[in-house]
Write a protein that binds this ligand. Structure first.
Ligand SMILES: Cc1cc2nc3c(=O)[nH]c(=O)nc-3n(C[C@H](O)[C@H](O)[C@H](O)COP(=O)(O)O)c2cc1C
Length: 351
């Protein structure tokens, strides 16, 4: 895939699908308005009912959801854009009122610590069920079926979500993975499922249409990957397992993009590396340009600035002022804070 610029729209969960996880016209407009980014990575989308994490999160688990996504991909392509779908299985991270009635799965039966805030109050996070070894092929198949549906719905590719404490990341970390079978224990064993899923998706839809997102040394959703030698070995095993298959890209989320962990993975990986420097600071034009100028990455992944500026590429190119993202409208709601951020010309009163 050739991109017209090096700004990639980050996957951003916005919780604006229908109650059944079907993408809407409003979502089609949102993504089409951002078709000027080099590549759009559409928000984390569940491959199966049990992979769902949030209310009004979109899915790619059935035909109705796929048909909704078709509207989105058509709208983006009409505007000349490129769009891939992030396939996200939440594993133990479930923010749903009916979680107790669901089959919540994880590497081990260890819940997210603390409490879950729901519309009707707080409760402890649900205790997940540890997947049996003989269930692993079915987990791989959940991703493969979702990837096939995504391509059939018009996506240019698929990004496997291996970051931010969701199911695949739960396998990577020893805090959430205490298995004693081939999927737990050593770094290579903990990396096994991510490698199997990514390879199977690449086999199904083409390696050149498959990317993977990781967040080495991440702490989101109560994961703890702060033990540096183990993190290096685990992600080293992961990248080793993906060498030679010709993936479209590896997308890395890390607050220390210039550090040895990330740049070591970059040297080891044999494809394009996309970079995002994490949640703590909103990506800036200066930081993004710096990553590229310093040769740290092939493209930058940009979240909140694209959320608030549909025409971010133009604004950054011409160094125009930016709209500020409004966190109050990030998750759920109507078109406010979603489809009403003005373009630069409109903001200046010109157009
Ligand atoms: C509202 C919101 C939703 C997000 N949803 C996702 C998601 O679905 N998948 C994912 O991998 N990261 C998600 N992230 C992380 C972003 O992709 C990105 O890494 C983060 O916002 C930092 O980049 P930024 O400073 O450019 O915003 C989300 C972040 C925000 C603010």
């Amino acid at each position: 895939m050739e991109l017209p610029n090096r700004v990639v729209m980050a996957p951003l969960t916005r919780r604006r699908a229908t109650d059944d996880g079907v993408p809407t016209e409003s979502m089609a407009r949102h993504y089409a308005d951002r078709a000027g980014t080099g590549l759009i990575v559409a928000e984390g989308t569940y491959p199966s009912r049990r992979g769902q994490t949030y209310l009004n999160q979109p899915g790619i688990a059935d035909a109705a959801q796929a048909a909704g996504w078709r509207r989105v991909t058509d709208a983006v392509h009409e505007r000349g854009g490129r769009i891939v779908l992030q396939v996200m299985h939440g594993g133990r991270v479930v923010h749903l009122p009916d979680g107790a009635a669901r089959d919540i799965v994880a590497p081990s039966a260890i819940p997210v610590p603390g409490t879950l805030r729901l519309p009707d109050g707080e409760r402890p996070f649900y205790v997940p069920r540890a997947l049996r070894t003989d269930e692993m092929p079915a987990v791989v198949e959940e991703f493969v079926a979702a990837a096939r549906r995504a391509i059939d719905a018009g996506f240019d590719g698929v990004e496997v979500h291996g970051a931010n404490g969701y199911l695949l990341n739960q396998f990577l970390s020893p805090t959430t993975n205490q298995r004693t079978d081939a999927y737990g224990g050593s770094p290579a064993n903990r990396a096994r499922l991510v490698v199997e899923v990514t390879r199977a998706v690449a086999d199904a839809v083409g390696a050149d249409r498959t990317g993977l997102r990781i967040s080495p040394a991440g702490v989101r959703n109560s994961l703890d990957e702060r033990h540096v030698p183990d993190v290096r070995d685990t992600y080293g095993a992961l990248v080793a397992g993906l060498t030679g298959i010709g993936l479209a890209y590896l997308s890395v989320l890390s607050p220390d993009p210039a550090g040895e962990l990330v740049q070591g993975l970059r040297r080891q990986f044999d494809g394009a590396l996309l970079l995002n420097d994490g949640f703590d600071l909103v990506t800036t034009r200066t930081a993004a340009a710096g990553f590229l100028a310093d040769g740290l990455a092939d493209a930058v992944v940009v979240g909140r600035p694209v959320l608030a500026n549909p025409d971010l590429v133009r604004r950054w190119r011409e160094d125009l002022p930016l709209n500020e993202p409004d966190p109050a409208t990030f998750y759920g709601g109507d078109d406010r804070g979603y489809n009403d951020y003005p373009l630069a010309d409109a903001a200046a009163g010109v157009g």
